[in-house]
Design a protein around this ligand. Structure first.
Ligand SMILES: C[S@@+](CC[C@H](N)C(=O)[O-])C[C@H]1O[C@@H](n2cnc3c(N)ncnc32)[C@H](O)[C@@H]1O
Length: 269
């Protein structure tokens, strides 16, 4: 039986991703299927040297390294990067050598290398606090690509429903393989009309048998952006729009598309 749960949303507090690190891979297993095929396709089209901003635990970067891409990943969370490093250490040496991990802020972190493609997958672009931060990040991405290289952002397509508060039932996630504990997740979602952001508070509870032994909270907010917002930000950051897809099959973006994937290129000199 689960513990009784609170009925009202706790006050929202942005925690950063450190509290998510122990459970992130339980919630979001390694990327495969259409999402991975999409990024492999972009890598084949633009070139094999990839830089992932907000690499997290390597959900995307690790399978890309396994598929032969040379990939550097930057992330602000030490705990998320530790998980990525632990996963990398169990990979064969040749694959391991293709994945570099760095701690840093994607707005400002600089690597002394150029890449064929900088990617920001899985809504990470929306975590940035405001338009200025998004422009700074796109300019930083553009500064890392070769002339004619690409910058790609994949976010969910916001709809009016995203302004509706929500509360998900406690769910059984899985047993944490490192502790054998049962993990549940409760999610509160609120909409902040001042910032036009969706704010999520996730409460992870760890049970040893029936006993609640640990509880961690992850708080993050995502900007609710339209297609035109993202396209205008690319253009303002000096990128030419190459494509706007609505899903991983590269269908043109429409109002009811699941994804908003914008790809920009620097002008080849
Ligand atoms: C939803 S996770 C995505 C991780 C990974 N890309 C994936 O596909 O699973 C978001 C990540 O963005 C990172 N992040 C948020 N803001 C950042 C920033 N300003 N600079 C670098 N990383 C950031 C967080 O630490 C977290 O690991």
């Amino acid at each position: 039986m689960h513990e009784p749960r609170p009925s009202t949303a706790p006050p929202f507090h942005d925690t950063g991703y450190d509290p998510a690190a122990p459970v992130y891979d339980l919630e979001y297993p390694e990327c495969d299927g259409a999402e991975l095929d999409f990024w492999i396709g972009e890598g084949r089209r633009l070139g094999p040297r990839l830089l992932e901003f907000a690499v997290g635990t390597g959900r995307l970067a690790i399978p890309l390294a396994r598929h032969g891409f040379q990939i550097a990943g930057v992330d602000a969370s030490a705990a998320m990067l530790e998980r990525a490093a632990a996963r990398r250490s169990s990979m064969p040496r040749a694959t391991r050598k293709r994945l570099a991990l760095r701690r840093g802020d994607m707005r400002t972190h600089r690597l002394a290398q150029t890449f064929d493609l900088v990617l920001l997958g899985f809504n990470s672009y929306l975590l940035l606090p405001d338009r200025e931060a998004r422009l700074e990040t796109l300019r930083n991405a553009a500064a890392h690509i070769r002339p004619g290289g690409g910058v790609a952002v994949d976010v969910f397509s916001a709809t009016p429903l995203d302004a509706t508060p929500d509360h998900e039932e406690v769910e059984f996630l899985e047993r944490d393989p490192s502790t054998g504990r049962r993990v549940t997740r409760e999610r509160f979602y609120t909409y902040d009309e001042v910032t036009h952001r969706g704010c999520s508070t996730l409460i992870y509870r760890y049970y040893d048998g029936p006993l609640l032994v640990d509880e961690r909270r992850l708080g993050y907010s995502l900007a609710l952006l339209t297609r035109d917002d993202v396209v205008a930000e690319f253009v303002e950051a000096g990128l030419q729009i190459d494509a706007v897809h609505g899903d991983y099959a590269r269908q043109p973006w429409r109002d009811d598309s699941p994804n908003l994937i914008v790809i920009g290129r620097t002008v080849a000199r």
